[in-house]
Design a binder for this molecule. Structure first.
Ligand code: UDP
Ligand code: MG
Length: 317
């Protein structure tokens, strides 16, 4: 029997978990030809999430869990899930039931037909503000323009990945992760499935705009160095303007035989150029920060417990 691992990152999800478990149980009993593993990654929750998960595991041996030593963020929880999942394929799902488990049979059907990466594309976004919809749309546009790999629009992390995709993703150990573009980067045979994204069943969203902006910047800078090219694009016309203006001022002085009266213009120019320089230094700093972070070569995450056993951190995952 083929084994399907469902990976669920969970951060303070005690209110959603009972609903989630109920829906998953129904799903699993409707798909009798498969073995299931439900792998929770408890991302340093501060509520009762972990004790609930442990409770479920006692009743149901299909439940496994990885318990982080602290909150590492959803992206890191996802790679940990890939590291620990035992299935022939994995499915990423949110704990808040925004991704309906009822779609899983369809994902699996396409997997059986030979697709390696079956991703769910959102038809609508119920219960999300227009600002979030708008910013996410703009983000996809920008990301698409700047990177060479095609990015799937309106696609979250809800997807099924074949074992070989899992192995490929596990080789990508960078610390500032953007799974969305990594899924595109690995390639393989992809298939899109449409669905309606539901509002969260319970609890609060864990995202705020700062986190989203951080994710967006990571997504762009981890896949392309084209922001570095801004320096070229900005500097060429700037120097041309500078040169033309310089000629103009000199010529005017000679023709009218007056001294330069342009101290205000000079102040403006100084302000302008220092502005440009600050911008460029910012961009360079962004990449230097990345090199710094990657060169530290730290483990991506630390695990407190795996299925009830204390993790000693003595082997490489
Ligand atoms: N999540 C996580 N670590 C975090 C933040 C979120 O593991 O630091 C999990 C969360 O429990 C949920 C999923 O990531 O299962 C998506 O989070 P959320 O629903 O808050 O995001 P949204 O759907 O609003 O984008
Ligand atoms: Mg959600």
């Amino acid at each position: 029997m083929k084994k399907i691992s469902i990976i669920i990152p969970a951060y303070n999800e005690e209110e959603s978990l009972p609903h989630l478990y109920e829906r998953l149980e129904k799903l699993m009993s409707s798909m009798e030809n498969y073995e299931f593993e439900i792998l929770f990654v408890n991302d340093g929750s501060k509520d009762n999430t972990i004790s609930l998960i442990k409770e479920y595991r006692e009743k149901d041996n299909r439940i496994s869990y990885v318990d982080f030593s602290r909150n590492f963020g959803k992206e890191i929880a996802m790679i940990a899930g890939l590291d620990y999942a035992k299935g022939d394929c994995v499915i990423f799902m949110d704990a808040d039931l925004q991704d309906p488990p009822e779609l899983i049979p369809e994902l699996v059907k396409y997997w059986e037909e030979g697709y390696d990466d079956v991703y769910a594309k959102r038809n609508s976004r119920k219960g999300e503000t227009w600002l979030k919809k708008f910013t996410s749309k703009m983000y996809y546009r920008v990301l698409q323009h700047l990177t060479n790999v095609p990015i799937q629009e309106d696609t979250g992390d809800f997807r099924l990945l074949d074992r070989r995709c899992v192995n490929a993703l596990r080789k990508m150990r960078e610390s500032q992760r953007c799974s969305k573009s990594m899924f595109s980067w690995i390639g393989y045979k992809k298939k899109e499935v449409l669905y309606d994204r539901d509002p969260r069943v319970a609890g609060q969203t864990k995202w705020n705009y700062k986190k989203l902006v951080d994710l967006a910047i990571d997504g762009i800078t981890s896949f392309t160095t084209s922001p570095l090219r801004i320096s070229t694009y900005v500097s060429i016309p700037t120097f041309m303007i500078l040169f033309i203006y310089f000629i103009y001022v000199i010529a005017k002085c000679i023709v009218t035989s007056t001294a330069i009266q342009a101290y205000q213009a000079i102040i403006l120019l100084i302000l302008f150029f220092s502005g440009v320089q600050i911008l460029l230094f910012g961009i360079i700093g962004e990449y230097l920060g990345r090199i710094f972070n990657e060169s530290k070569n730290r483990p991506l995450y630390l695990v407190n417990e795996y299925n009830g056993e204390k993790e000693m951190n003595d082997e490489d995952k």
